[in-house]
Write a protein that binds this ligand. Sequence first.
Ligand code: C5P
Length: 217
Amino acid sequence: LLNIKVAIDGPAGAGKSTVAKELAKKLNFTYIDTGAMYRALTYKAIIENINVENRNKIVELASKIDIELKNDKVLLDGIDVTNEIRTPSISEKVSYISMIPEVREIMVKLQKRLSDKGSVVMDGRDIATVVMPDAQFKFFLTASPEVRAMRRYNELTSKKIPVKYDDILNDIRKRDKNDTERDVAPLKKADDSIVIDTTNMSIDEVVSKMYNIIANG
Ligand code: C5P
């Protein structure tokens, strides 16, 4: 089993990263969190005081950025920013940055390179459609916006990040809209992706379902 590619796409809060991480562990594949890469760039823009709507500056920043994904940690220019990139202020700004075509080009190139190094589970919005159209396994995870907001709420409060459920639900609705309506690589199910609605499923159930499909495929 050499160079098996598993693509997982879906909207914010559908459980992609939790499921992808578990699945990768079970398969002994490398997990690649592409959302973390867009988040790291957003974080860098904020600390360098660059307005996320200043496209030229953002593209310049993206062309020089050093992002490394290492054992569940996200390193930005060698510094661990794993927790910093999950805050609501990053979530709110990231979709402006991910809308910029030149930014996506840079990120996709990086992601394609990572996917060629061995067997991977990669999650994001455009993985099955753009980054790994040749993936042997493609999944599209969904869930109702309310359930997705509740999951994000529980995840953040368990990390002691203070948030309000209504704010998260609004953010999820706004990001769904931005991510699905943008011109470049919008969030869209690939024709050959398997849809899994996780609204009433546990993480274990979703992971098992995917694992069985891959093991029998
Ligand atoms: O998956 P996560 O919620 O961390 O992604 C954060 C944001 O990054 C998304 O809302 C989306 O705007 C962007 N993104 C993207 N393409 C990807 C992964 C994430 O545009 N492949």
